[in-house]
Write a protein that binds this ligand. Structure first.
Ligand SMILES: [Zn+2]
Length: 344
């Protein structure tokens, strides 16, 4: 790559990359006895990668279920606010206008998300509370079942055949009414169909992969991808489930997922949902890592795309594979910004 190519990458990153899934709040919560974690541990990589907007997803780990889920969910949000207030580099945003204003001010915009509604329990009224705290993106489940529905399992078949619970259906309707984006990541196939039929707005999957290359029900079938395309939705391509085989977990395979989705529904349907969590995984004791591998699947990390500072590697490879500037900008930025403009 010559200097002109590096200029081209910088130009393509000028708007800032939108990454719609990052497990940031749980890490801030685990490090709550340290000060300034966001600026110390995360800011350098986010800046190096040219990241502009991040969906910071609240996730409740097993050890806090069920009694402490609400408490820990609130604490994660509280930590996020406290950390953001340490400086002027980040802004928690609730609307598209706030995101645009934050970007103009050179800040990294944070959108608060839920990955699984465990903090709500089965109390619909609490949705209002979390909305008031800034939550604007809600995935109903992770892999495990909860009061709203069931997750897709990490196998080609065998997820719960049931759709959403009555609570899950109420929640989806109320999210659409309030202006909270419903995120289809992780939901089981039956729940996916139900959300599609209950909603009318563009469909969003913050972080997932195609079953064409990793055939598990946690990922999306071609039929599901087409449904999202019909509703002018966007799919964030995940970096940790690109292949069941470690040797095929490559930057090129990541781009194969982008090409596959674009081939089915057009470039307007592809975004980024990196789901970088190697820093969390690496800090776990061996026992906990084995338990994750046994329950879900062993995660494989793409050597050249392990954290936000590696985003230019993706852009460089997209250029090498013949993507146009217009296409790259849509993938990195434009498609998610369209969704955020239409839905928030
Ligand atoms: Zn996830």
């Amino acid at each position: 790559m010559n200097d002109r190519s590096e200029d081209r990458i910088n130009r393509l990153h000028a708007h800032g990359i939108v990454d719609l899934h990052f497990d940031l709040p749980m890490d801030l919560y685990e490090k709550r006895n340290r000060a300034d974690v966001l600026r110390t541990d995360f800011l350098p990589e986010l800046r190096a990668g040219g990241i502009g907007v991040i969906a910071a997803a609240i996730y409740i780990e097993e050890q806090y279920l069920a009694d402490s889920a609400l408490r820990v969910g609130l604490d994660q949000i509280a930590r996020l606010y406290a950390e953001v207030e340490q400086g002027n580099e980040f802004a928690i945003c609730r609307t598209h206008n706030e995101i645009v204003a934050a970007r103009k001010a050179g800040q990294i915009a944070l959108l608060i998300a839920l990955e699984g509604v465990e903090p709500l329990g089965d109390d619909l009224d609490l949705l209002r509370v979390f909305y008031g705290l800034g939550v604007r993106l809600i995935g109903l489940t992770h892999a495990r079942p909860n009061a709203a529905g069931s997750g897709g399992i990490f196998a080609p078949r065998g997820s719960s055949p049931k759709g959403l619970t009555p609570f899950g259906r109420q929640l989806v309707r109320e999210c659409e009414r309030l202006g909270v984006i419903v995120d289809l990541a992780h939901i089981n196939p039956a729940g996916f169909e139900e959300v599609v039929s209950l909603t009318t707005k563009p469909l969003v999957v913050s972080h997932t992969n195609s079953r064409r290359f990793y055939d598990i029900e946690r990922n999306l079938s071609d039929e599901q991808i087409k449904m999202i395309g019909q509703r002018r939705g966007v799919i964030g391509v995940n970096s940790v489930l690109v292949s069941p085989r470690e040797e095929e977990t490559t930057l090129d395979r990541y781009i194969d997922h982008i090409e596959h989705v674009a081939g089915l529904i057009g470039i307007d349907g592809v975004g980024i949902g990196f789901d970088f969590f190697e820093f969390i995984y690496a800090a776990w004791p061996e026992e906990k890592r084995q338990s994750l591998a046994a329950k879900l699947a062993p995660p494989h990390f793409i050597p050249e795309l392990r954290n936000h500072s590696h985003a230019p590697n993706l852009t460089r490879r997209l250029i090498e594979r013949g993507f146009s500037d217009e296409q790259i900008e849509k993938i990195l930025f434009g498609n998610w910004m369209r969704i955020l403009r239409e839905l928030l």
